[in-house]
Design a protein around this ligand. Structure first.
Ligand code: ADP
Ligand code: AMP
Length: 237
């Protein structure tokens, strides 16, 4: 995307509590992410649609006082925001199961993270510390690289995995009550293709870096949770 378009998106997403980068005088210094991995734990949560990411994140929030930021939820909220410039773009991407341009998604995440760091307290949130489950992100290599360059390095990728038949059944069941535009058979099939073709390479990238904890999410919710806890406790700062 052209740099001036990136700036426009950044301005347009200037939500309450948002943050803008200020150029420092030391422009020659190597660029660093705005958040320090030693203080802020970022755990990416990936897996196919319906694998159980949101379910497991809610349980981990109760246990560890994480901030749970779902990229999909942030995009749906931005889509519904009356003044949003991106409502139609996001709506189309969600219905078609495609990836929303990374500038939009990353800026929404960055704004939400900074707001949480300002306001959240309790276990894991003292002295500038914080702990985030970033759910459904990164779904494409460009957003993985850009987020880690600009915002924060990740500590772990929790990768929930089960077969497509199971995910399909779960999503159709969820669709009976979720009210989501994309919990229908046409959108689900498209989401599976995007997952296989675009998101799996991201998981493979992090596997090469030894950062992935793969968890079979075919089992009952409590068993999956036990496995997730074991992985998470190793990386919390
Ligand atoms: P995702 O966030 O990965 O899209 P969700 O957490 O929303 O998935 O789960 C999709 C559906 O499957 C939900 O209705 C949820 O209640 C159900 N579900 C999640 N985990 C399990 C599990 N381990 N066993 C059975 N059903 C599950
Ligand atoms: P989810 O709520 O995680 O099932 O995501 C629903 C939809 O939101 C996806 O099918 C995409 O269209 C969009 N979306 C979610 N996360 C991302 C992301 N990280 N990058 C781009 N688009 C996303």
């Amino acid at each position: 995307m052209a740099p001036n378009l990136v700036e426009k998106i950044t301005d347009a997403l200037h939500l309450p509590g948002s943050h803008k980068h200020k150029k420092t005088s030391a422009e020659s210094e190597p660029k660093k992410p705005i958040l320090d991995k030693e203080k802020v734990s970022v755990i990416f949560v990936l897996g196919g649609p319906g694998a159980g990411k949101g379910t497991q994140c809610s349980l981990l929030v109760e246990k560890y006082n994480f901030s749970h930021l779902s990229a999909g939820d942030l995009l749906r909220a931005e889509q519904d925001r009356p003044d949003s410039h991106f409502g139609d773009l996001i709506r189309t991407c969600i219905r078609e199961g495609t990836i929303v341009p990374m500038e939009v998604t990353i800026k929404l995440l960055e704004n939400a993270m900074l707001a949480e760091l300002r306001s959240k307290s309790g276990e894991g949130w003292t002295n500038g510390k914080g702990r985030f489950l970033i759910d459904g992100f990164p779904r494409k290599m460009d957003q993985a690289l850009k987020f880690e360059e600009d915002v924060c390095l990740s500590s772990l990728v929790l990768f929930f995995t089960t077969d497509e038949e199971t995910m399909l059944k779960r999503l159709l069941k969820r669709g009976e009550t979720s009210g989501r535009d994309d919990d229908n058979i046409e959108s689900i099939k498209k989401r599976f293709v995007t997952y296989r073709e675009t998101t799996m390479p991201v998981i493979e990238h992090y596997e090469k870096l030894g950062k992935v904890a793969e968890i079979d999410s075919s089992s009952p919710v409590d068993q999956v949770h036990t496995a997730a806890v074991a992985a998470v406790t190793k990386v919390l700062v």
